[in-house]
Every structure is written in structure tokens, then in C-alpha cells.
Ligand binder design. Structure first.
Ligand code: ZN
Length: 252
């Protein structure tokens, strides 16, 4: 091996370590979900657990899941590379504080659909800031497919997507203000204006409606998909779900 080749090999080895925890060993993913929420949300959570469970096994990640939100505590989160919230969020102060501490210390978070839901009754200002300063505003009903536009095709999360694609049926959320108004936020996918008005019983009339974004102050990503049993039927979108987890583990 040449000296250059040796250095390249060493560099590749270093890059393969998870940057987050600063320790060797497998990537660890801990998924939180709930069985006592809306049926369509449980349905997605179960399918996502299978989806990410298979993906994790293929990449030698350790993948665990729990419905005990009290597992959001310092001991349980130690060494966890990415925390996944599938259609719920912590409701107790101690769970929220443990999560805040974990994220402020460089933890990773991926949230789907209801994971980012917050309104005047949620009483968690830290989390509103974490999302980029945005609050749930409205939704469409019934769940419908929608055309999504890629905002940055060079990003590791979206690079395998075409510039636009038709997403499977979902209940889409709108936000106020738009997360895009925050300069720290990078929006990756947005509802195309051609979708509007979107919905029948409940309608998203228009405006700027990001559906996937990251607050660059944290190692986090939010994805609005997650309602019902059709979400994981689009191979392109599934690839993005995989790339999002890989990106959070910094193994690109
Ligand atoms: Zn929903």
C-alpha cells in the first residue's frame, strides 16, 4: 500500500465513526411510538418499525423500539445515535427535559407526522424553537396524495429523488410561521402550489407548506409523512426515509 493509500484508508476509517457520540461501536437507533393514539397513526408506526428494523439490520445498526416514553431519560439515551418518534411526542416534563438535554449535547432526532404537532395546549416552548419556531396551523382531510418539490437536490437526504414526485396518501400539515422564515432552517421538500386547494372536509388553501426540513442548529430532521398504511408504498420516498436516517448517523 502506498503512503497515500494508507492515509486514505485511515481517513475512511475515521469517517465511518458516528460523529455524534464520539465513540466507536454500532449506530444505535431508539424508536418511540404509542399504541393508544389514532388508528391510522399506529398503523404507520408499526410499518415504519418494520421498515427501519430491516434497514438497520442491513447496516448493522442496533435498532430498538419502545412504547414507554419514560425511556426518554439520561440513562436510556446514553450512547443512542438517533431517537425516532413515530406519531407521538413526550407529554411529561421529565421526558421532555431528558430529550432537550440529549439534543443539546449533540443527539440525533427524526420525527414523523404527529411527532412535531404542537399548539397552544402543548406548552413546550423549547420544542417550538427546536422545530424552527413553527406551530401546527392546519391539515387536509381526507388523506390525499400530493406533488412534492425538492428544494435542494444536492442534499444527502434528497439526492436520490427527482425534482418533483407524487407522494402517497397522507394527511398533510401546514405551519405558521413557515419554518422557511427561520434562517437556521433548511427546507428539503415542499408541497407544490399545484396541489392547492388540498382536501375536501379540511383544506390546505395554499401558501408555503414545507413537509421535510431540518433545523441546522441540531442533528435533526422532521418529515410530515406518517398517516395511514400507504406511506411506505413509494420506493423513491422510501429511499429518502433511508437516506434521512443515514444522514443523521453521518455515515455518508
Ligand atoms: Zn394524521
Amino acid at each position: 500500500m502506498t503512503r497515500g493509500g494508507l492515509l486514505a484508508t485511515l481517513a475512511a476509517g475515521l469517517l465511518a465513526l458516528p460523529a455524534s457520540s464520539g465513540q466507536a461501536g454500532p449506530v444505535r437507533v431508539l424508536a418511540f411510538w404509542s399504541t393508544n393514539v389514532e388508528g391510522d397513526h399506529v398503523e404507520f408506526a408499526r410499518e415504519a418499525l418494520e421498515f427501519y428494523g430491516r434497514f438497520a439490520a442491513a447496516h448493522q445498526f442496533r435498532f430498538e423500539s419502545t412504547t414507554r416514553w419514560d425511556d426518554l431519560n439520561a440513562r436510556r439515551l446514553e450512547g443512542v445515535t438517533v431517537v425516532l418518534w413515530l406519531n407521538d411526542f413526550p407529554h411529561q416534563a421529565s421526558q421532555r427535559e431528558a430529550f432537550e438535554h440529549y439534543m443539546e449535547k449533540g443527539g440525533g432526532w427524526m420525527g414523523f407526522h404527529v411527532a412535531a404537532y404542537n399548539d397552544s395546549g402543548t406548552h413546550w416552548p423549547w420544542f417550538v424553537n427546536f422545530l424552527g419556531g413553527t406551530v401546527f396551523y392546519g391539515n387536509n382531510w381526507p388523506p390525499l396524495p400530493a406533488w412534492l418539490r425538492v428544494d435542494d437536490a444536492s442534499h444527502p437526504v434528497t439526492r436520490h429523488l427527482p425534482r418533483r414526485f407524487l407522494s402517497p396518501d397522507n394527511e398533510w400539515y401546514s405551519w405558521r410561521p413557515s419554518p422557511r422564515d427561520n434562517p437556521e432552517v433548511k427546507v428539503l421538500l415542499t408541497l407544490e402550489p399545484s396541489n392547492f386547494p388540498l382536501g375536501l372536509k379540511d383544506t390546505i388553501a395554499g401558501g408555503d407548506v414545507p413537509v421535510v426540513w431540518t433545523n441546522t442548529k441540531y442533528r435533526m430532521i422532521y418529515l410530515n409523512m406518517g398517516h395511514g398504511d400507504k406511506i411506505l408504498t413509494n420506493g423513491l420516498q422510501n429511499r429518502m426515509f433511508e437516506d434521512a436516517l443515514l444522514w443523521l448517523t453521518r455515515r455518508h
